[in-house]
Design a protein around this ligand. Structure first.
Ligand code: ZN
Length: 314
């Protein structure tokens, strides 16, 4: 797993090599992990052929609505084929199942800062005594961030180890061609076998099985929005797909109660480039002075850098 530097130095950081299982730690709140971030992580892991599972942490500290959302997302990802663990690193709930599956494997622990990675590491490897991040109430983000990767042996007879990697701010889409993106979204890839056209972009084509599934609520709108965010980041907005922003939001609104609490803002703000090229609709730009559209050159730089703050801000 390679991280490209977010500065202009064109540096890449090798985060971890020879990983048997990448565990992405996510939280529904304080801070909220966006579905775009989850999906980009999963897509990148697919591209590098690293098996991935999701660890929903802080399950002891959720409102009813947040819990409903967590259950819904776990249903979505389990359905696609990703193992999901509901845990509380703080009180130990659900840790046994996770520990069992980690035995004998080299596991990677990834996630935003503030999702409780250090607390989880302390649970998994009591000897690690990793500094537990104190989540700042004011900012909802971790104050302490690991800045380098560390490897710890797992306790128990099964062996295995866990690599703690620095808090991730964003996940890029480097080394991906636009035509390839659908290959790395398992659910979309599966559906695309039934598209009428072999070169279907799944944005506007007649006979598109992906759009049909979205219409019938067989494909999660959050997954589709993430797919679009990656495609448009690589290729720019595609002709015929200019109204996707409001459309995706509509899909989320009509999909049922659990979706209403899910924020698509970071996904759709990248998607919302209507005719004329001005960005609109993204929560980040609301109330601010109009920004000029990013030039192709700027977009190319963002793509080359791979990492971006916007995907991880949520
Ligand atoms: Zn299609």
């Amino acid at each position: 797993i390679v991280r490209k530097a977010s500065n202009l130095s064109k540096q890449s950081h090798i985060l971890a090599a020879n990983v048997d299982l990448a565990l992405l730690v996510v939280t529904m709140a304080r801070p909220e992990t966006s579905t775009t971030f989850i999906d980009r992580f999963l897509a990148s892991a697919e591209a590098y052929r690293v098996p991935t599972a999701l660890v929903f942490n802080k399950m002891d500290d959720l409102s009813e609505e947040e819990r409903e959302r967590a259950d819904y997302l776990m249903a979505i990802y389990s359905n696609i084929g990703y193992t999901c663990y509901a845990v509380s690193a703080l009180n130990g709930d659900g840790i046994d199942a996770l520990t069992r599956d980690m035995q004998g494997r080299i596991c990677l622990l990834a996630g935003h800062s503030g999702v409780g990675k250090s607390t989880l590491l302390n649970r998994l490897v009591p000897e690690a005594h990793a500094k537990t991040a104190q989540v700042s109430e004011a900012h909802g983000t971790g104050m302490h961030t690991t800045t380098f990767s560390e490897l710890f042996d797992l306790p128990g007879e099964g062996g295995g180890s866990v690599i703690d990697i620095p808090g991730i701010k964003g996940f890029g889409t480097f080394n991906m061609e636009r035509e390839e993106v659908a290959h790395f979204f398992r659910d979309i890839f599966k559906l695309s076998a039934n598209c009428r056209f072999g070169n279907c972009t799944h944005t506007h084509e007649p006979g598109c099985a992906v759009l049909e599934a979205l219409e019938n609520h067989q494909l999660a709108p959050t997954r589709y929005a993430s797919y679009l965010s990656v495609v448009f980041k690589i290729a720019g907005p595609l002709r015929g797909a200019v109204n996707v922003h409001s459309w995706c939001e509509h899909k989320v609104e009509t999909a049922g109660p659990p979706f209403r609490g899910i924020h698509l803002t970071d996904a759709v703000s990248q998607v919302a480039v209507p005719r004329g090229g001005h960005r609109q609709g993204g929560g980040e730009s609301r109330g601010a002075s109009p920004k000029s559209p990013r030039s192709h050159a700027e977009r190319a730089v963002g793509q080359a850098e791979g990492w971006d703050a916007e995907a991880g801000a949520g």
